[in-house]
Design a protein around this ligand. Structure first.
Ligand code: HPA
Length: 276
């Protein structure tokens, strides 16, 4: 459906352009409980997902569902406040459609945030991890099907899916602000059940440092379109079996709130440095 994807993207971009002429330098995807970053934005347009053709609404609590265009620390940004996940029952095309719109709106760089369970033995709840690489275990790939050559290559390179310069920039601005960051590999699973302790041991063996239910397919779609990606995981809990406590969305949400102000500080400084 090559032609129709491009046409659908054009329609979504037109709906956004009807509300604002601002061209973003950076796109932001806000994960669980991180919607408060929006308060730091000088808003030009705030568009509920249902008002944008091709967008579907998120069904998870803790996720709003609107596209915000404005300025953060002076830098033009487009922000996805809320994302949709495969586990909500949406198709992969629907899951990655909004990030493709970020790219089509002109954002050369996207900062992807998420909540994740910590697998690396040094990870603690409330840590922020710079994603250095990922393992896609969702069983899906957004590029399956006929390739739209106007978007990107049939076989896009993923050897530096998470841009090294951006990761280094994140560390630099974090150090200046007195924040410490971790680095690691993010494993993206389908969900929505949390993992079993045996699955977490498997993921550790596979080289994963954190685990979550988003991000990987978005990043594949963004890399396909040539967008540079910075990934930031908020470690909201120790993964199953690493601590004996049962996992709950409420806990994940509460810890995301506790990380919020540091993450906002970090993202704001990164975005400030990325002004074109
Ligand atoms: N597993 C999967 N997804 C998550 C977790 C987890 O432990 N924490 C936050 N998102």
């Amino acid at each position: 459906m090559t032609e129709s994807l491009s046409t659908a993207l054009d329609a979504a971009v037109a709906a956004v352009r009807a509300r604002t002429a601002l061209v973003p330098d950076v796109g932001l995807i806000l994960g669980s409980g991180l919607g408060a970053l929006v308060d730091a934005i000088e808003i030009d347009a705030r568009i509920p997902y249902p008002d944008i053709p091709g967008f579907v609404g998120s069904t998870v609590s803790g996720h709003a569902g609107e596209l915000i265009v404005g300025r953060l620390a002076g830098t033009p940004v487009v922000v996805m406040s809320g994302r949709v996940h495969l586990y909500e029952g949406y198709g992969i095309e629907q899951v990655v459609f909004p990030v493709r719109v970020l790219a089509r709106l002109g954002a050369p760089t996207v900062v992807v945030t998420n909540a994740a369970g910590g697998i690396h033995p040094d990870h603690r709840p409330e840590d922020i991890m710079v994603i250095r690489d990922h393992i896609n275990l969702t069983g899906q790939n957004p590029l399956v099907g006929r390739n739209d050559d106007s978007l990107g290559l049939r076989f896009p390179d993923m050897s530096e899916a998470y841009d090294r310069e951006l990761a280094d920039l994140a560390h630099r601005v974090a150090a200046e602000a007195g924040l410490s960051l971790r680095d690691g590999v993010y494993a993206g699973l389908l969900g929505p059940s949390y993992e079993t302790p045996a699955e977490i041991r498997m993921l550790r063996t596979l080289g994963a440092d954190a685990v979550g239910m988003s991000t990987v397919n978005e990043v594949i779609a963004l890399r396909h379109m040539g967008v540079r990606v910075l990934g930031l995981s908020c470690i909201t809990n120790l993964a199953a079996g690493i601590s004996t406590a049962p996992l709950s969305h409420e806990e994940v949400y509460a810890v995301a709130q506790a990380i919020r102000s540091r993450l906002i500080q970090l993202v704001t400084k990164v975005v400030e440095a990325l002004r074109r």
